[in-house]
Design a protein around this ligand. Structure first.
Ligand code: TEU
Length: 560
């Protein structure tokens, strides 16, 4: 649905502050480090920055466990630094979207400190407490996203509290209007400071099914049916919109594990006044076998075409898509969906072309624009991510996996793949820090770094600049209808975008071999195919009778 809003007509750049740029040599990225890199973002051409959490946190989950929603974590800097960052972005015409993490807080938040004191404490019902079963078992059999039970026993009041993530991330009780009021007041605190919106962390988990029923009879089981897109989710989103967001020119993107296109069409329909767009996970699941992401399976182009088509067609004219293959929770896309060896540059540009020629808002995750890759850290002890460490414990423990099998899964899907420090130059620690980085820098930084990318006119970085500029110049890329071609082709992903009588053709060879095809007859007849952009220096313009693409060749053509 075209609204002409800034969040439709700009590209978003996600900064994971811990790994972006350190300014004081403590090995952890910080706000002043980001301030020093604002011209890099302006050069890239992005219009919005999504800043992952910078609030006070014990960092059990790297800031997604917040102990004070209205204070800046000391290691990241001060509120004055944050104000300077906001001003620095705005003066460059870049908007700032903050992370809203309100499905849960940290267990070190003062609310939780009060809540756990007694059953009649005024803050008790800010969280979800239940007595255990008579046999001492947890109130239900749900597992956490991070493994193990989703319940933690607290001796002081002889009850369990719910935590869908780590036990240091107790779930907030959204059924409590007082809690909701606290959240809305906090949102206004940041909006009144001048931010331009929120990315809403697992926002579709905030409404749990009445009675918190167990999932089947097993001792532990995934309870997603009882807390993903729950019964009062839309009620709460509408209330949040009415109470807060509708009073500001603010963008919202809701992270929604398990959301379907049908649900997302409703949540992002402007008439429903809920959220502007969502992050869906179906694309992220095409290389997950039975039992979830750690059971890695080779992904198929047919599945990518099917999922992308579901979302492009499912939201067209109704809602709005977020377009991403990378973020701080996902492995690096050039390693996962491209080719991070022989064809790293070509495949990184191909994936960028795929993301920036669909209908929706493209999201660039820090380092994606220079083709940063996954990493194989030498030892398990080198890993930091709680999800990874819990997985290794469960896999090599109760699941009986070998160390090698567990490590291969971590190399493929671990979140630390995305969290190695941003590679700025070929100097010590890739210019990220003068100290010891909190997570090792990828050893390929001498070849893969921003300084080299800025210097090389044929770099992935400059290709992203071209794509971002193209979207600004041509609304067909933002709003045009998507229509797949050559659906059965096993190497080529082809689709058209049509808008106000114009048609563009996107041809993507997702393979490391040459690929050819005949353009289907349903293409508009006549006229030449005018090359718009290609990831090879010499775009060998396709001819109607046959298309020949080089390995990982991306070609966008205008049907004149
Ligand atoms: O992620 C929610 C979420 O679904 C993740 O658990 C993700 O699916 C998984 O890690 C993929 O491997 C959000 C944040 O993006 C994540 O960083 C936090 O750990 C999580 O919520 C809890 O706040």
């Amino acid at each position: 649905m075209r609204t002409g809003a800034f969040w439709q007509e700009n590209v978003v750049y996600q900064i994971y502050p811990r790994s972006f740029q350190d300014s004081n040599g403590d090995g952890v990225g910080d706000l002043r480090g980001i301030i020093g890199r604002l011209d890099y973002l302006r050069t890239l051409g992005v219009g919005i920055v999504w800043l992952s959490p910078v609030y006070e946190s014990p960092n059990d989950d790297n800031g997604y466990d917040i102990s004070d929603y209205e204070a800046i974590m000391e290691q990241f800097g001060t509120m004055a630094d944050w104000e300077e960052l906001l001003a620095g972005l705005h003066v460059r015409g870049i908007k700032l979207v903050m992370d809203l993490v309100v499905n849960h807080s940290s267990d070190e938040h003062r609310w939780f400190g009060e809540s756990r004191k007694s059953k009649d404490n005024p803050y008790r019902d800010y969280y979800i407490w239940r007595p255990g079963k008579p046999d001492g078992r947890e109130p239900n059999n749900w597992t956490s996203f991070f493994g193990g039970s989703a319940w933690q026993y607290d001796e002081a009041t002889d009850e369990f509290y719910l935590h869908l993530f780590s036990k240091k991330q107790p779930d907030l009780n959204w059924d409590n209007p007082k809690l909701r009021r606290e959240v809305y007041d906090m949102m206004k605190f940041w909006l009144d400071k001048g931010i331009d919106g929120f990315r809403m962390d697992v926002i579709n988990c905030i409404s749990k099914a009445d009675g918190l029923p167990s999932a089947g009879e097993d001792r532990y089981a995934w309870g997603g049916d009882f807390f993903l897109c729950g019964p009062r989710l839309e009620e709460y989103l509408k209330e949040m919109n009415e109470q807060v967001l509708s009073r500001y020119d603010a963008m919202t993107v809701g992270e929604m594990p398990g959301v379907t296109p049908e649900q997302a069409a409703a949540y992002t329909d402007p008439a429903n006044k809920e959220v502007n767009m969502v992050f869906q996970f179906e694309t992220m699941d095409i290389d997950s076998g039975e039992g979830g992401k750690w059971n890695v399976k080779p992904w198929k182009l047919a599945d990518l075409k099917a999922v992308t088509g579901k979302w492009q067609n499912g939201l067209n004219g109704r809602g709005w898509n977020s377009l991403y293959l990378n973020n701080h929770d996902q492995p690096r896309m050039v390693s996962r969906f491209g080719n991070d060896t022989v064809y790293r540059k070509e495949s990184a540009k191909l994936l960028a072309t795929f993301l920036h020629t669909q209908q929706g808002t493209p999201y660039i995750y820090q380092g994606e624009e220079i083709g940063m890759t996954n990493i194989r850290l030498p030892k398990l002890e080198d890993y930091r991510d709680i999800e990874t460490l819990n997985f290794y414990r469960d896999a090599t423990g109760q699941w009986g996996w070998t160390h090698e099998r567990a490590m291969e899964a971590i190399y493929a899907k671990g979140r630390d793949n995305a969290r190695t420090p941003m590679q700025w130059d070929a100097g010590p620690q890739a210019g990220f820090t003068t100290g010891r980085p909190w997570l090792p820098v990828n050893p390929n930084y001498p070849e893969i770094n921003a300084e080299e990318a800025l210097r090389d006119p044929d770099s992935i970085f400059h290709y992203y600049r071209t794509l971002i500029a193209l979207r600004k110049q041509h609304p067909i890329l933002i709003y045009g209808d998507y229509r797949i071609l050559l659906e059965e082709h096993e190497q080529i992903y082809a689709y058209t975008r049509s808008w106000q009588g114009e048609t563009w053709l996107v041809l993507l060879n997702f393979s490391d071999g040459a690929a050819s095809a005949k353009l289907p007859p349903e293409l508009p007849a006549g006229g030449e195919l005018e090359p718009i952009v290609c990831n090879y220096p010499d775009s060998d313009a396709a001819r109607r009778e046959d298309v020949r693409l080089r390995p990982y060749e991306a070609l966008v053509l205008k049907l004149a």
